[in-house]
Design a protein around this ligand. Structure first.
Ligand SMILES: [Zn+2]
Length: 395
């Protein structure tokens, strides 16, 4: 889940992440080109030469810095023209990562979807209180059901797992009576046939606001997740998981995926913002694993796609300036059936057509860089079988 964003280009330029991004080795293209300038190591290193060459050396470094800056500016100027070469994806889109709170205005949700040719949206009730208090009240599965009833075949509720009662790793290891009740309720709700999955399980989450549920560190390989995986298998529904890709957690997730091969898992945010080799490894080993690209567009001043609210050694972005990084693009072509899109509006203040359109439009631009068939699969075709979406309001 993520908060709303108000983009300003100036803010992005001020952000030192931008410079970091262009020098990280996994940011191919722009980043690599910048690294290919003359190296200080190429300057001869004998003592006499060093003395003789020092003024030139200094000026060479200055020149290099200047050249790097010019290259950066030039690259930023050239990016839009590179992007315009590919026609944006024009077809319908399924938003496979949506949330709901009691303060969400339903008409605005629908307007944002209709304006952008987004035909379906999954809805995961956010039981956590929002950072803006009374403007962003928690939601419930009952709200999600009412929304789905009001707009049939448009919204598809999942049994919500953004639950304050799940905060604390001990509750995942040995469920207390509250967690037991949640497990029982989940079974009952799935048995009604009106829910299309379970999630978002908040395993490892980086805080972007204050409060006791903001930072989460829960075990994925735990009794709670094993119980839920068995239930999801029985009802043939996917589980959506938010887990930043810490290597130890990835290993634990791998154990869970192997233990429940018939349970489908959707690892949100481009598989926990993992780097492409990690995602490739996991998708190769586990046919029951899928990824959504929820909020992975690199737009605005917040959002997972800009490396917010935190970045680590093991995290990666998927695009910059509306251009997919080549390694991610290759990954989507290699596993065209495994990825889906998501706008991930999780808080009422961010529920507006401007932010929604900005994310959808950027996804259309990115999809335009893939083979048309791959683009169509990511945009809508994959979400249908993974969530078993239908024109009925029951499964
Ligand atoms: Zn999430």
């Amino acid at each position: 889940m993520t908060i709303f964003q108000f983009p300003t280009f100036a803010d992005q330029l001020h952000d030192d992440l931008l410079m970091k991004r262009t020098t990280d080795s996994d940011y191919t293209g722009l980043g690599n080109d910048l690294e290919k300038g003359a190296s200080v190591n190429e300057v001869p290193k004998t003592a006499s030469m060093r003395v003789f060459l020092q003024p030139r050396w200094v000026s060479a470094i200055d020149h290099m810095r200047c050249a790097r800056f010019r290259l950066l500016v030039l690259s930023l100027l050239l990016l839009p023209s590179t992007v315009s070469l590919a026609q944006p994806y024009q077809g319908p889109i399924i938003d496979a990562h949506g949330h709901l709170g009691a303060s969400f205005n339903w008409e605005i949700m629908v307007e944002a979807m209709d304006r952008n040719n987004v035909t379906h949206r999954t809805v995961m009730a956010r039981y956590y209180p929002g950072p803006e208090g009374s403007r962003d009240l928690p939601g419930s599965d009952e709200d999600a059901l009412r929304l789905a009833e009001r707009y049939p075949a448009k919204f598809f509720p999942l049994v919500g797992m953004q639950q304050p009662l799940l905060t604390g790793p001990h509750k995942w290891r040995s469920p207390d009576h509250e967690v037991e009740r949640l497990i029982e309720e989940t079974e009952r709700k799935l048995a009604s046939g009106r829910f299309f999955g379970v999630g978002e399980f908040i395993v490892r989450h980086w805080a972007y606001s204050r409060g006791s549920h903001a930072e989460q560190e829960n075990p994925i390989y735990s009794t709670f997740m094993q119980r839920m995986s068995a239930i999801a298998t029985r009802f043939d529904v996917p589980m959506v998981v938010h887990m930043e890709g810490y290597p130890a957690l990835v290993d634990d997730f791998s154990k869970l995926l192997s233990e429940y091969p018939k349970a489908r898992f959707v690892w949100a945010h481009n598989c926990g913002r993992s780097k492409s080799p990690v995602i490739r490894g996991m998708l190769t080993r586990h046919p029951n694993l899928f990824c959504d690209l929820a909020n992975m567009t690199n737009v605005g001043t917040t959002g997972y796609g800009i490396g917010w609210p935190r970045r680590e050694e093991f995290t990666a972005l998927i695009e910059q300036g509306g251009v997919l990084f080549p390694d991610m693009k290759a990954l989507y072509e290699e596993f065209p059936d495994c990825f889906m899109l998501g706008m991930d509006v999780a808080h009422a203040p961010g529920n507006n057509p401007q932010i929604y359109s900005q994310r959808v439009n950027r996804f259309r631009q990115l999809l335009g860089q893939l083979k048309p068939e791959t683009a169509r699969k990511l945009a809508e075709a994959n979400a249908i079988p993974i969530f078993k979406l239908s024109s009925n309001s029951t499964r």
